[in-house]
Design a protein around this ligand. Sequence first.
Ligand SMILES: Cc1cc2nc3c(=O)[nH]c(=O)nc-3n(C[C@H](O)[C@H](O)[C@H](O)COP(=O)(O)OP(=O)(O)OC[C@H]3O[C@@H](n4cnc5c(N)ncnc54)[C@H](O)[C@@H]3O)c2cc1C
Ligand code: SF4
Length: 483
Amino acid sequence: MSPAHPPSGAIEADVCVIGAGAGGAVVAAELAEAGARVVVLEQGPHHHADSFSARPLQMMSTLYRDGGHGMTLGSPPILLPLGRGVGGTTLVNSGTCFRTPPGILERWREEYGLEQLTEPELDPCFERVEKALSVAEVTPQLAGGNAAVARRGAERLGWSSGYLRRNARGCVGSGVCAFGCPTSAKQHTGITYIPRAKAAGARIITGADARHVAVARGRAQAVHARLEGGAHLEVRAADVVVAAGTIHTPLLLARSGLGGRSGELGGNLALHPATAGFALMDEIVDMAKGVPQSFYVDEFAAEGIMFEGVAGPPSYVAMSLPLSGQRHAKVMARYRNLAQFGLMVSDSSRGRVRLQGARPLIRYDLNAEDLRRFRVGLERLRELFQAAGAREVFLPLPTGVSPGRVTARQLKLMAFHPLGTARAHADPERGVVDGNLALHGVRGVHIADGSVIPSSLGVNPQITIMALATRLAFNLIEDQNKT
Ligand SMILES: Cc1cc2nc3c(=O)[nH]c(=O)nc-3n(C[C@H](O)[C@H](O)[C@H](O)COP(=O)(O)OP(=O)(O)OC[C@H]3O[C@@H](n4cnc5c(N)ncnc54)[C@H](O)[C@@H]3O)c2cc1C
Ligand code: SF4
């Protein structure tokens, strides 16, 4: 839609937030509670936990963008699921909560000139987010049998490991966090920050596809959106916060003719690519019971290799078990003895997102360094299971191929943490936003989502995104108080 197109409706706001996921929901609540008139435009619907069936395939088609079948092009192609709706990807995530590692903040200072993003500066933001989301460490009881297997393996090998911190309250260990928490125990932003924003007067408009951010004389003026049914909506606001996520934020900016100066927009895409292995144990594991992602092994984190729990009900395991035919059927018949654990790489490979027609085209090739990390990681995953007493280990490799010889194309990868396509850099020639998440060269346009994260984090990103969004909201409140 061109901004010249006559809108069928126009509303006034102090701030228009685009996207109600990790970053957008936080900014909206903080600003609305400080008295700003906030309008949130969210492309997806409001999902209600009453309709969450705990059936993986059914829920994926409802809660995920494109039914969870987004893919990258390249070697290898990587499955890239994204949430869509109020809560964004936090609605379907595993609930793992890590603060930004101090070494990463140091790197951001040295390599990207992000002097502002120090630990003392961000600590109050982390604390505020963790309190809002009821973040706490999982108990061993709730972690379940799958975590017990990994814990035993790590302890026998003397590897550093621990229970994860999560944003859950009253969790009953039903094991389907990625398919919509049926008890609303997982404290995603759709049931935490968005209700707060609403209570403080924010308008949350769902089914609203933001198409264009209008800027005049170097200052944000409005956001133009297409509503379900085709009507146009103009939200006039002097401040716009784009939080459409790492894949869609660069597309929206490109459509608006913004953020292109450094040539970085859409590039620098990191993914934290991941895979997982299974083990057949003598004991009853019952991985459908307990928190799927409850335990981590970070012994090799400095090498960019992180292990985290992953688990699910039989219908999910049947899709993921790297076996076929009779063998698949035989092992599935012993589902209660199966354990699973994930491997995530802190990648140095970088991809690019661009518009093709109306959709994102995502290019990403795994480089030699990351391939080596997967080779080592898969070998260590096998070691972990064997140390735990596995009878058999099933790695996602073609028959006869060992971890040390697997090629990039033979890897079966998924990615859950796209980052970096509108990266923060103090230098306008090298980044899209500055350290305060303001778009270089334009007043009143800010970004608060995974796209600003300039490097891989090595840990799950939601708390980093939300802490940066909190800091942005505080800065905007301060600015508004000055005027
Ligand atoms: C299966 C899975 C498990 C995960 N587990 C974890 C975990 O345990 N811990 C963790 O830290 N991270 C986890 N993540 C990642 C984490 O959830 C994301 O990094 C985070 O939610 C990204 O936040 P965001 O604000 O960038 O985008 P999102 O949360 O994806 O929100 C973006 C929102 O913008 C909307 N939008 C897009 N385009 C438009 C438009 N044009 N107009 C209006 N709205 C638009 C989208 O519909 C979406 O709702 C997981 C991800 C997945 C897929
Ligand atoms: S394990 Fe806990 S947080 Fe996850 S879906 Fe079940 S009740 Fe919700």
